[in-house]
Ligand binder design. Sequence first.
Ligand code: PMP
Length: 399
Amino acid sequence: MRFADRLNNVETSAIRELFKLLGKPGIISFAGGFPDAALFDVDGIREATLAALAAHPGAALQYGATEGFDPLREQLAAFMASKGAIEVAPSDLIVTTGSQQALDLLGKTLISPGDKVIVEGPTFLATIQCFRLYGAELITVPMDGQGADVDALECLIAQHRPKFVYLIPTFGNPSGATLSLQRRRRVLELAVRTRTLIVEDDPYGDLYFDAPPPPSLLALSAEVPGSRECLLHCGSLSKVLSPGLRVGWLIAPPALLAKAIMCKQFSDAHTSTFAQAAAAQYLAAGRMPAALARVRAIYAGRAAAMVQALRQDLGDAIDFVPPRGGLFVWARLTGSNGRCADGAVLAQSAIERGVAFVPGAPFFARDPDRATLRLSFATVDEDRIREGVQRLAVALGLG
Ligand code: PMP
């Protein structure tokens, strides 16, 4: 086979290899990046599906418009408006097949081989792979517990003149970090001043624990003149309702949206009308607030259990900032007392002790920090979380 040159830049992920080991019986897995299937609102989705077939029997099963099923675009615009003081018209967004497709469309419409794109170090692995597939040269902006370092971002923008900057400002994957309000304002001002496009990927913002996060960049753009034109926003129902529905959306300036629609036309024609009609009915039925309240409380409990267990059992062997939402604890092995300081090495011995997590290095587009790890608490109940962390302690020689 003679494959396209563009594949030369991309490898299958190291994480996929690790997932093959997860089938071992009895493993407690902190490795997934999924919501908990046991928390899906199956009754609500069943009702919404029946309602969709009753209300739109033809349209729900027919080919549809590339930009999305209008009743869903209306519901998504209302959903966005309900989350922040921002006006989003249905025509400001297109429905995508998961937000993953929105990222792919951004790659298709914006990246020429050799273009520079700034991403957080660390960032979502599929974004790294996707942008590389289009030939992007990825530059990483360092992060701390407050999200991306905006001083560093300013220097990198001046130095590299990137095609765009990709950020996951709220409860990032894998970092769990949330960009502070002050930094959000600075990012928007920087975007306006340097005429730089910013992509805000926000699949986790609704999954907060105690208090809502700062407003999204999109919502804040109302306060920073000129910033809305520099901003692209990707949303998703995957983490708040169901990833199997594959419903995401992209909000972007009209010129970009038109190109994205064109590319989507040649790709999948449209996102499943059936899924879109069901999602529209679900949102219209007003079930989202209660469903969100329920999953937030459960994830908050699991996150707290993990944070407490990590502090108690691993002590100064790891360092982390407790997440305030999302699905992940991002931690760094300190190597104290000569203990393991390599996430990939620890991942192997952890699997032997019956607990899995993802080493952090693959999440860096460059200069990987090998001491990092990503632990997801989302799909494990609190007792098993404590047991899993104990196993991790044993793998680190602390048991
Ligand atoms: N962006 C981020 C940061 C993610 O973590 C994910 C899923 N893990 C996605 C996008 C894609 O999600 P989906 O395509 O299911 O909307």
